[in-house]
Write a protein that binds this ligand. Sequence first.
Ligand code: GLN
Length: 542
Amino acid sequence: MARYIFITGGVVSSLGKGLASAALGACLQARGYKVRLRKLDPYLNVDPGTMSPMQHGECYVTDDGAETDLDLGHYERFTGRPANKRDNVTSGRIYSDIIAKERRGDFLGGTVQVIPHVTDAIKAFVLDGNEEVDFVLCEIGGTVGDIEGLPFFEAIRQLGNELPRGEVVYIHLTLMPFIPSAGELKTKPTQHSVKELRSIGIQPDILMVRCDRPIPAAERRKLSLFCNVREGAVIPALDVKSIYDVPVAYHNEGLDDEVLNAFGITGAPAPDLSRWDKISNTIANPEGEVTIAIVGKYVELKDAYKSLIESLVHGGIANNVKVNLEWLEAEVFEKEDPAPWLGEVNGILVPGGFGERGAEGKIAAVTFARERKVPYFGICFGMQMAVVEAARNLAGITQASSSEFGPTSEPVVGLMTEWLKGNALERRAAEGDMGGTMRLGAYPAHLQAGSKIAEIYGSEEISERHRHRYEVNMAYRDTLEAVGLKFAGTSPDGVLPETVEREDHPWFIGVQYHPELKSRPFEPHPLFASFVRAAVEQSRLV
Ligand code: GLN
């Protein structure tokens, strides 16, 4: 039967709870255990699909088409286990299900309340489908004390009593700040945070304490005493250089040993973390470096491009180089010549995006990459803009545009209202809901034999995750192929374009899907490995 580890946070947000959970998952996995990671998000959106990436960071899409929290990306990258719809839930989802039931009359006239109805729904979510795993790591979003988080904390408190004794462990992640004027590390914020947690009935078994410097024994003792946690279970979680150093760092501080102790598990096999050591070494000792420009729209918040950044790191690992990222706000190129900005970079990437703002700047970046033969990688919106660029500048369709930007006489990119999912036809109306209605999740694609992309994948049949509402219009295919933009990949029925490439260019590829969602440190995605290799080759030319 699965054991449960609940991970909560205190003091401030953004302490890296998701990463800590993923790293603990990796440590347990390295001992041969099967793990599953799940995330409970207290906000009222039904899923993060409708939230701005500037507020909430990237929306991570699973194979089964769920739009989820970006922490699920960390979970996948660290454990290799594909996440699914049942790994992330929000208050919004829980409440909307309960309210739908209430409207149907399922509660038979009873009063519907947070306790027990909401907490029961949360518990049912947490307990569902864990038959195959040894440990379920369940992270609660936000920090203790947030009003909207209370039902989740209450639910995991109840589980502590309802599951067999010794099968639930609570980990609380906090911050120990250093006050420069006093020259001291402070335990008080952690004390208060634990006090808050205990006031709602949860006594943490393990404290993970984020700190920018080593925590002296006296402070550790103090935390142990005031927070009622065993001294050995106060785990310093110090800053590290790369996120891929985290599993080994936390293991060295005793995290997974303490977790096993807390469960009373003795004689567990020692973890084999050698593959993590190898990754850390490769990242710390690159043989060279390249610079990739990311021309996007949400560049102030790096979390908006979390998986993309990691995939480029993985591409660097595959080629033994450090990948420097140059973040460029696309709108800049609407007023300025891109040459001074892009002249020195070894590759240009236009990532996914929504809406018109910055689109013309992205198109200008495509023109630059195409003409100057700089490796170009267009992902989703980045492919759509590459197609609009070719239509306008090579095929002479000056009005070429996307219907995403408003009515157009030349919808080279248009709204998609019908497509096949397996054997079923999916339909959407132009005026329908925004949430959860895109073409989402894994779809197979066929790559033309002999195309560059088929060679990169080493396969003609692939499956990749999608998240888009618009689609390159196949009516323009022949015109665009005549000017060198080859539609190398399509849906298996040939109806939807999936990839484009140029033969007269060292590396120019656009994909309608999001390859960054499937790249992992141990298995860098072939497109990212190949793109970074092309950048390395380009760097030798300049
Ligand atoms: N906005 C575009 C669409 O909906 C691209 C989406 C994306 O880049 N994820 O089709």
